[in-house]
Ligand binder design. Sequence first.
Ligand code: NAP
Ligand code: F7E
Length: 325
Amino acid sequence: MKSALITGITGQDGSYLAQLLLNKGYKVFGLFPRRSTDSTWRLEFLNIKDDVEFIDGDVTDLASILKALKVSKATEVYNLAAQSFVGTSWEQPILTANVTGTGVVNVLEAIRIFDPSIKFYQASTSEMFGLIQEEMQSEKTPFYPRSPYGVAKLYGHWITVNYRESFDLHASSGILFNHESPLRGIEFVTRKVTDAVARIKLGKQQELRLGNIDAKRDWGFAGDYVEAMWLMLQQEKADDYVIATGETTTVRDMCNIAFNHVNLNPEDHIVIDPKFYRPAEVDVLLGNPEKAKNALGWNASTSLNELITMMVEADMHRVKKEFGI
Ligand code: NAP
Ligand code: F7E
C-alpha cells in the first residue's frame, strides 16, 4: 500500500486531497500542528476523519517533519501547510514568511536528509504573478508578488525548483489559481459571499460588507484542483504547472451569481467598506492551463456558476441547521 504525507491536511485542499488519496487506496498521514480548538471539521464533513492518521508536527519544526517521514514511510509528500490568507499576511508578515516560506525548505531538507527518493509537491500560487506581466499567465510569465504572502510563496516556489535542480529531487510546484468549495475558509471572498447570501435569504443578516469588488480572479473548484496535485507526482519527471480554468470574473459578477441563485438583488445588500481594501491589490488574474492539459491530461471540469451554486446550497443547508430552520 502506498503512503502519503499531507501537511495542511485540515485545510480546504488537504481535506479534499486526503479524500482523493484514500479513494485511490493510499494510507494517508497528516502533519498535525497543535491547536487549542478542534480543527478537523472539514475531514468530518467528508466523513474521513477516522481514516487518516495524524502525526503531531509543524512545518516550522524540522525535527517533527523528520519524525513524520519516519513514522509514515510516505513515498509522496504534499506540502499544503501555509498561512494562506493574503489579508493576514500584512498583519503577520514574519509568521507568514516562517510558515509559508521557510516551512517549504524545512520539508525539502527533511526529504533530502531522510530519503531523497520521496516525491514532493509544493502548493504554489497565482499570487506570485501579482502585478501581472502578461495578460494570461503561464509557467513562463515573470513573477511580481504584491503581498507578504505572495513573496513568501515565491521563495517556496524557487526553493522547490532549486532542490530539484541541485539534488535531483522529484519536486514539483503547482501554480494554482484560486480554487473554492463549500469547505473554503469563511474569510475568503467566495465563501464570505455565499455564507452571507444564505444568511440574508433566511433573514439572519441584512448587509454584506466587501472591499474591492472590481478585482478579477480565475476561480475553479478545489475538488478538481487536488486531482492535478496527484497527477504531478505520477509523472516520470518533476515539473511546474499552472492550474487554472482560463476564465476570469470580477468579484462583483461572482456576487451576482450567488445572489441571483436565491432571487435576491445584490445592490440591496452589498456595502463597500474600505476596511477590506488591501495595501497593494492584485487587480486581475487569468491562468493559462494549456501545459497541464497537454502533459497531465487535466481539465477544470466545474464552471463558476456550478461552483458558486454548490457553495450557496451548502451554506443554505448549514445556516438552516444552525438556526433549526
Ligand atoms: P487553508 O485552508 O488555509 O489550509 C492551510 C493548512 O495549513 C491548514 O490545515 C492549517 O492548519 C495548516 N497550517 C498552518 N500553519 C501550519 C504550520 N505551521 N504547520 C503545519 N500546518 C500548518 O489553505 P487551502 O486553501 O487548503 O490551500 C492549501 C495550500 O495551497 C496553501 O499552501 C495555500 O497557500 C495554497 N494555495 C491555495 C489556493 C487556493 O485558492 N485555495 C491557491 C493557490 C495556492 P490550521 O487550520 O490548524 O492552522
Ligand atoms: O480575495 C477581493 C480581494 O481573499 C479575492 C488564497 O487562497 O487565492 C486566495 O487569495 C479578491 C481580492 O483570495 C473582499 O481584494 C473584495 O482581490 O478570496 P480572497 P486571494 O487574495 O485571491 C490565492 C490564489 C492564494 O494562493 C491564497 O492563499 O477579492 N475582495 N472584498 C475581498 N476579499 C476578501 N477576502 N474579503 C472581502 O471582503
